[in-house]
Design a protein around this ligand. Structure first.
Ligand code: HEM
Length: 219
């Protein structure tokens, strides 16, 4: 069979070569944000699971309490280390992308309308949208509070006694840590779901550092 060759105009070939058709890759997530993200995600997962096991040991697992406790303390130090890296990185780069501004929240109703299929496009946002900012910022804040409470309970009244007094005793302290864990467990699946379904190139950026931008809309 005779093959027909389609002749492509030079300008079109140039555009294809420049990546205008496939899209461009641009740097989006610096290395320390990625180190923080995956390190924090892994250590926080171990931290929450071991915390739940310490709170109410699952009979079907029959795990050694002492070992679970060591895993809990170790993952808490790891998670704190990764959080320190992110805070230091934010200070050094003067990066305020995780700090919400009043303006971000003015767009929150429109963002919700988009998530509930009442709008076809999300409202404009900075690096992260108002929903992400709300969740990320609350995570950072709650993690720091839970860490302080954790240290206070670890030192069993030897140090940080003011923390016990401030919250109103050991049982209240335990209850606050438990509630914070539940908040994490309720919001992390939403974060994972949206990361996988919203814009997959953002996930690519969280792994490789680079995001694939779609080609410009010429129509
Ligand atoms: C398989 C699980 C996870 C996936 C696929 C995932 C994915 C992502 C992606 C794609 C982003 C960037 C969002 C964007 O650019 O629009 C992000 C950011 C973020 N994620 Fe996750 N994530 C996961 C688990 C977690 C966990 C367990 C935590 C901890 C609670 C977490 C905390 C964060 C934070 C704090 C940010 C903001 C990063 C920064 O700028 O410092 N993620 N995640």
């Amino acid at each position: 069979m005779k093959q027909r060759h389609v002749k492509i105009r030079k300008a079109v070939i140039r555009q294809l070569k420049q990546g205008n058709i496939k899209g461009k890759t641009i740097p989006f997530q610096p290395i320390w944000v990625r180190v923080f993200h995956w390190g924090f995600a892994a250590s926080l997962t171990v931290l929450i699971l071991t915390g739940l096991e310490l709170h109410k040991p699952a009979s079907f697992l029959a795990l050694n309490y002492g070992k679970v406790f060591i895993a809990h303390i170790a993952s808490a130090w790891f998670a704190s280390g990764f959080m320190t890296i992110r805070i230091a990185d934010a200070l050094l780069r003067q990066d305020y992308s995780l700090i919400p501004r009043i303006n971000d929240f003015k767009r929150f109703p429109k963002l919700m309308a988009y998530y509930f299929f009442l709008r076809s496009t999300p409202p404009p946002s900075r690096k992260y949208n108002s929903g992400q900012l709300l969740i990320y910022f609350s995570w950072v804040l709650l993690f720091l509070i839970a860490s302080l409470l954790g240290l206070a309970s670890y030192w069993q009244g030897k140090h940080l006694i003011w923390v016990w007094r401030l919250v109103g005793g050991f049982q209240v302290l335990r209850w606050i840590k438990f509630t914070i864990s539940i908040y994490f467990m309720a919001t992390i699946p939403v974060h994972i779901y949206l990361s996988l379904t919203e814009d997959i190139s953002r996930l690519q950026a969280m792994i490789t550092g680079y995001e694939r931008k779609p080609p410009p809309n010429n129509s």
